[in-house]
Design a protein around this ligand. Structure first.
Ligand code: ADP
Ligand code: ADP
Ligand code: ZN
Length: 218
């Protein structure tokens, strides 16, 4: 099964992705995680991506598509993958289709997480990530066991550089303009699965499972 998860910044894509890949044995491909790792490693890709991400803008399509094309060609993707944060533009979606065609693969379901703006702001404001391994937390809704430290590796948890108030509105605006059109694109292909994103992490995960169980082709 190959999945795609989409939703506004802070809706819970990364959080749900972790649970879904574990349950269904898929590879998690998050463009946001790939870029953050590249920035931390100070690679050429990281250098390119950094300026865009910190301003709250999208990384140019061609750069993102190249990253994904290389990743999808890797051997571990053959048993199924979950794309988190890609595609984010119609251009990327069309490119993805061409890449998958070459690899003789297809997307089975597009999970779209719907969250009210108020909830979105609260989720994003309290989001903290591990400065070392990237694990994600929330001050109120998913605090680490020891205050300020990652459960997995013990390093400090910090706010993401792009989770500032200035970029928050801009990112949502870009999402609505550039990414939201994908809803119609995937609906036309009968791939769209709407998931209510309110409630606890477990509750949202329950809804995702219930939705996937409706289809036998996984
Ligand atoms: P969020 O969790 O807030 O939705 P991500 O962690 O997925 O954000 O991505 C962080 C940033 O990386 C985005 O705001 C954007 O600048 C960049 N990015 C990630 N994926 C893409 C993409 N498919 N196209 C363009 N930019 C991307
Ligand atoms: P995205 O990848 O869509 O930007 P994240 O998965 O990073 O979103 O979630 C944003 C923040 O909200 C994180 O701090 C996460 O721990 C928290 N969060 C995610 N899902 C829920 C939920 N259902 N209820 C409360 N907090 C949540
Ligand atoms: Zn960690």
């Amino acid at each position: 099964m190959n999945l795609l998860i989409m939703g506004p910044p802070g809706s819970g894509k990364g959080t749900q992705s972790k649970l879904v890949v574990e349950k269904y044995g898929l590879v998690h491909i998050s463009t946001g995680d790939i870029f953050r790792k590249a920035i931390k490693e100070k690679s050429e890709l990281g250098h390119l991506a950094k300026s865009y991400i910190e301003k709250g803008e999208y990384v140019p399509d061609d750069i993102v598509c190249e990253v994904i094309e290389d990743r999808l060609a890797e051997d571990d993707c053959k048993n199924g993958f979950l794309l988190d944060g890609f595609p984010r533009t119609i251009y990327q979606a069309v490119k993805l289709e061409q890449m998958l065609e070459k690899l003789n693969k297809k997307i089975d379901h597009v999970l779209k997480i719907d969250v009210d703006p108020y909830v979105l702001v609260k989720r994003r404001a309290g989001r903290r990530v591990c400065s070392n391994c990237g694990s994600s937390y929330h001050l109120e809704f998913k605090p680490p066991v020891t205050k300020g430290a990652c459960d997995k590796c013990g390093h400090a948890i910090v706010q993401r550089a792009d989770d500032t108030e200035e970029t928050a509105f801009k990112r949502l605006d870009i999402y609505l303009k550039s990414t939201y059109p994908l809803v119609e694109y995937y609906d036309a292909k009968e791939l769209l699965r709407n998931i209510h994103g309110f409630g606890t992490i477990e509750r949202v995960f329950f809804r995702i499972n219930r939705e996937l169980e409706k289809y036998d082709n996984h």
